[in-house]
Design a binder for this molecule. Structure first.
Ligand SMILES: Cc1ncc(C[n+]2csc(CCOP(=O)(O)OP(=O)(O)O)c2C)c(N)n1
Ligand SMILES: [Mg+2]
Length: 322
């Protein structure tokens, strides 16, 4: 029988999914209003991953999300305020406002962060897993990256090393079918990215990335097995990003019909239907949860407004050279 959350975990999971969705919607609004600068990549449509991956890991397991990772950062422990402040270049942000959307690191919650270099976290995660193994720790590392990142040399080198070293690293490929405007079917040499594990003797699996219970139970099983018998795993989750790659993307490279098909598979709506059927939530309670989440995100955003932003003169303060 398929894995099911109990009532308490269902409600926590739903709240996390709604938080991720509302946070991203708010970030979008803030960009439109010119209150956030730089660029950002929104994970709307990928909430089952946010609410399914980090909660399935132990507190001391590490994550390294990619540039589309706000939801993962919140799921691992950072608050919406921590992240919003970072996006708004405020000193109270997780990286003192110096990183912005693509460079969110929060070591308090074992989040080693992302960078703007696609695929760059994959070798880092492999090295971190090697160190955990050397220290005899039972923790695992999970790095999230996109379909396009799996075309980079860094991915292939890292999988080879992860395999020969037998390190506890979960390579989690968020296949949302596009790398910027390029469909994976044009740029990836295999139909399923999971197949790339075969060349490196790494076990792999493909799952529906919009089913939060499936994501959670699969990640949990893989991570728990890795603690007993350290070796890498390649998990491909099939999902879809609803919005453009980043700002100013009119999505002319894909059809409205395709978008509608995926929106009909909204991870939040699908999970809500299950919770209504199981009697874990009512329409009224769901609306209240949504309102509460919206109020919390609003409060976090308002708290940022009016606070002093980091100054250009400080730009090199945390850049080191030897
Ligand atoms: C090494 C490198 N090459 C190209 C880019 C430009 N770039 C930024 S995001 C992106 C697409 C990434 O697609 P994917 O890995 O599928 O992740 P997604 O954005 O779909 O979540 C590209 C090509 C970059 N930042 N770094
Ligand atoms: Mg992609």
């Amino acid at each position: 029988m398929a894995f099911e959350f109990g009532k308490k975990q269902s409600l926590e999971t739903m709240k996390l999914m709604l938080t991720s969705r509302r946070f991203e919607e708010k970030v979008n609004e803030m960009f439109m209003q010119g209150l956030i600068h730089g660029t950002t990549h929104l994970g709307i449509g990928q909430e089952a991953l946010h609410a399914g991956v980090s909660p399935a890991l132990d507190k001391d397991d590490w994550i390294l999300p990619n540039h589309r990772g706000h939801g993962h950062c919140i799921a691992k422990g950072s608050t919406p305020y921590d992240i919003m402040a970072e996006l708004m270049a405020i000193r109270e942000g997780v990286c003192k406002g110096m990183g912005g959307s693509m460079h969110i690191i929060d070591t308090r919650y074992k989040n080693m962060g992302s960078s703007g270099i696609v695929g760059s976290a994959i070798p880092m995660a492999t090295g971190m897993a090697l160190q955990l193994k050397r220290e005899g720790k039972k923790n695992v590392v999970c790095t999230m990256f996109g379909d396009a990142a799996s075309n980079r040399g860094a991915f292939h080198e890292a999988l080879n090393m992860g395999s020969i070293w037998d390190v506890p690293v979960l390579y989690l490929c968020e296949n949302n079918m596009y790398g910027m405007s390029v469909p994976a079917k044009y740029s990836v040499s295999v139909e399923d990215i999971a197949d790339r594990g075969t060349g490196y003797n790494i076990e792999s699996k493909i799952i529906d990335g919009n089913d939060v219970e499936l994501v959670y139970s699969t990640v949990k099983e893989i991570a728990d097995n890795m603690r007993k018998d350290p070796k890498p795993f390649l998990l491909e989750v099939k999902t879809y990003r609803w919005l453009g790659h980043s700002k100013s993307d009119r999505r002319e490279y894909r059809t409205k019909e395709e978008e509608a098909l995926w929106k009909a598979r909204c991870p939040i709506a699908m999970f809500k239907t299950k919770l209504l059927e199981r009697g874990y939530i009512t329409e009224k309670a769901y609306d209240k949860m949504k309102d509460d989440v919206e109020a919390a995100i609003e409060a976090a955003t308002e708290k940022c407004k009016g606070k002093e932003r980091v100054q250009l003169a400080e730009a090199l303060d945390y850049v080191y050279s030897s």
